[in-house]
Design a protein around this ligand. Sequence first.
Ligand code: ADP
Ligand code: MG
Length: 245
Amino acid sequence: MADQPIIRIDNLHKTFGQLEVIKGVSFDVMPSEVVVLIGPSGTGKSTLLNCINLLIKPSKGSIWLDKKEITAPGTDQDKVRQRIGMVFQEFNLFNHLNALENVSIGMCRVLGMAKQDARQKAMRELLRVGMAEHADKYPSQLSGGQKQRVGIARALGMDPHVILFDEPTSALDPELTGEVLSVMKKVAADGMTMVVVSHEMGFAKEVADRIIFMEGGHIVEQAPPGDFFAKPQTDRARQFLSMLN
Ligand code: ADP
Ligand code: MG
């Protein structure tokens, strides 16, 4: 039997007041697939991720996670969010907790793990992102790249079915971007299903299974990176690519 998608988005719309930001977007994400979402700013990429995570309620359309419609009334939203990891541009770490505690707190509070078990698992996740030796440091003692690696360890610790990344390297100095992208690459190679909003075209070329180019609330074009970058099919995609460096 063919694999079922992890995520299915069907005819999604989102309107803020008078402003229609997402205008009928549909796509599937298959298990272990890495989808990189690109497009000009203000195009609805963050809104789309936040709809998947149920932080924003769509105006119309449906979203499915693991064969269940999560936009249906009566959905257990907390349970859905447990299965969806989020990595944000601004890291969103707790400043009063050290790296290990930032990773373990969700395991204790949300998954109900015993403190010792959570600490052990958090340590394994910090090891995965190359941050084990900084486990007892507080966010103020870490570089931006290190903070983001803790953010990724925190997402991994919840054993999510998919991780959504919203411009995970945009707040970083260029010399710190590489360490975060290489951790993301490793997570992808381990088979994690990922949806990544990013302007890092090198990463997209190397790691994405599929590029989705959005503009003005629509998917304008989608293709494997080899095809998308070598021969974009639309003027808008060509124009967007020519504006990046
Ligand atoms: P992107 O991530 O592609 O840059 P966003 O999804 O953040 O785009 O935003 C798309 C549009 O929706 C923008 O015009 C933004 O100002 C608007 N928008 C986003 N969130 C809200 C909100 N909560 N209320 C009103 N307008 C919003
Ligand atoms: Mg955004």
